[in-house]
Structures are given as C-alpha cells and as structure tokens.
Design a protein around this ligand. Sequence first.
Ligand SMILES: [Zn+2]
Ligand SMILES: [Zn+2]
Length: 332
Amino acid sequence: MSQPDFHQILGITPNASAAEIKRAFKRLAMRWHPDRNADPQAHEQFRLAREAFEHLTGVREAATPDAPEDSPPPPPRRPRGEDHRLDVGVELTEAALGGTVTVTLEGRSTCVTCDGSGRRSYGRTTMCSACHGSGRVRSEGGLKSCPSCKGKGYFTDNHCADCEGRGWNPADRQLAVSIPPAMLPGEELRVAGQGGPAPEDGEPGDLYLTLRARPHPLFRLDGHDIHVDLPVSIFRVLAGGVVDVPTLTGIQQTLLSESSTATEIRLPGAGFPARGRRHAGDLVAHLQVQYPRFLSKEQKALLEMADQVLQQQLDDQSPILARWRDALKQNR
Ligand SMILES: [Zn+2]
Ligand SMILES: [Zn+2]
C-alpha cells in the first residue's frame, strides 16, 4: 500500500521547514480538534493531520535521503468563510510576556430538531390564496396556471421551524487564545480557522484579534518605552543607594547616584520586549521626591548634625551657599 502524501495533508511543500510543518499542524489541529469542531469529519481529519505531522517530523529527525523531491500539485483553492475581527483587552504584562485570553465568539450549533438539514420531514401545507387552491386564475377571459403557486394550488413549507431552515442556531462559544509574547497593543493576531463558518466544501475564515491594553496601575506604554512613577524619600535621594524599580518582569534593584539632580532613571532594554526586528524599549522611572510629613526627634538630630558638617565644608559641598554666606558677611 502506498503511503499517503503527508505534505499534501498538511498543505505544505515537500521542502517545508520543521517550523512550517509544526505551524501547519497546529493550524489544522486548531481547526479539526474534535473538542472544538463538531463536524463528523473532524475526528478523521485531526487523526490524518497528526499522523502526517508525526511522520514528517520523524522523517526529518532521521534525515531519510529518499524523501520525495518533486513537489506535489498545489492544493486546489477552496472557498473560505468570512474573516472576523475582534478587539481583545489584555493586561500590559500579558501583551509583553504572553498569556491566554478567552474570547466569546458568535458560533453556530447544529439544530437538533432537523439534525442540521434545515428541513422537516412533514411539510406544512398552506392553501394558495391567489387561486384559492384551484391552481388556476382568470386571465383575459380564459384561465391560466396560477403564477403564485405555479399551478399547485398550495404551498409546502418544509423549512425547519426551530432554525428557520438554516440547519443551525446561533450559539456563543468561548475560545481560549494564547497570546505570544511581545505583541504590542494595536497589533493583530491571526487565529486560523476561527472566523466565519466554512461554506460547503470550503474552509472556515480566520479570526483576527487586535490587542488593546487595559490601563495598568503602574505602567504607561509610550512607543516601546514603559514609564513608571517612582516615589522616593528625600533621604534616599540625598544618600543615594538602591531603589526598587518595578518592571514588566519584576522588581529591578537600581542604584541611585548620591545627591543626583536627575529626575528620572532609565533602564535600557527593560521596557516593552523585543520581537522580530523590533528592539526592546527602555523603562523610564520618574522620580517623585517625597518629603516626610513630620520628622522624629532622632531624624531632626541627625539632620541637624548633617547640616553642621555641611557648614564646615561649605566651599567644597555647596559653592552657592558658600558665596551666599560671604555676601551676607559683607552686608552686615
Ligand atoms: Zn432545524
Ligand atoms: Zn395559486
């Protein structure tokens, strides 16, 4: 028995890379997984795709030299369902690090009354009111076949009443979508096969999700940079030392330089992560100097001591204060 064409099953060319094979399998698995697809064909399609995937990845690992060289004819274009678009709110950290979101999609469930056929076995017959059931109408002195009922005298309505003849009823469905890391809000994510339903002999459309970042309590995204307000005590600003700077991946301990007049700290590359050719952004922490509402006795004593030391070293430590002291002396 000849082997099935595994490449064709996956819809890829024989020289497809391992990544392409994997992608093709994932796409098919998403479409045909029996948990997601009620189509009676789904089970068999899923099994075929998995078999092809396992076979091809096995072949690849073993590097069989006699793998087929000539490419199979391209698969015929099949009619496709509509593509759907949806905005999905994510946390900034989810957009940056990846995560899973659940979206609610308009779905269809097969009508149980008619088992999806859209028809009922016993049609409801109604008399044609144009010809009062005779099938003929008077016309220019004679009689002719009734155009409304085409001469039958009655109408047969064998549409399923529960689904109005569609064969399905609208039913929302939940779909868990994994968000790959480093997708910027506003970017689109394609979910193959989760758009509009497949037309006959066709395949379903795709779903495009546009990420919208929900406001974050700490972080603001600006381009690829992440901004954060960082309250710091005046003592820490004066003494320097380590401050905790929140980033998307956790707290980063950062050294403040002593008596720095800088109002922000920039952590290069700690902003929104890189993706493809896009570089990672920076994290910019805006220092918000905090003065205590009151001072304890000990703090006052320590500050008093600090100021006395300052007065003794004024020329070195604060030339402006030193000049001011001299100016006051001359004006005494
Ligand atoms: Zn029905
Ligand atoms: Zn009629």
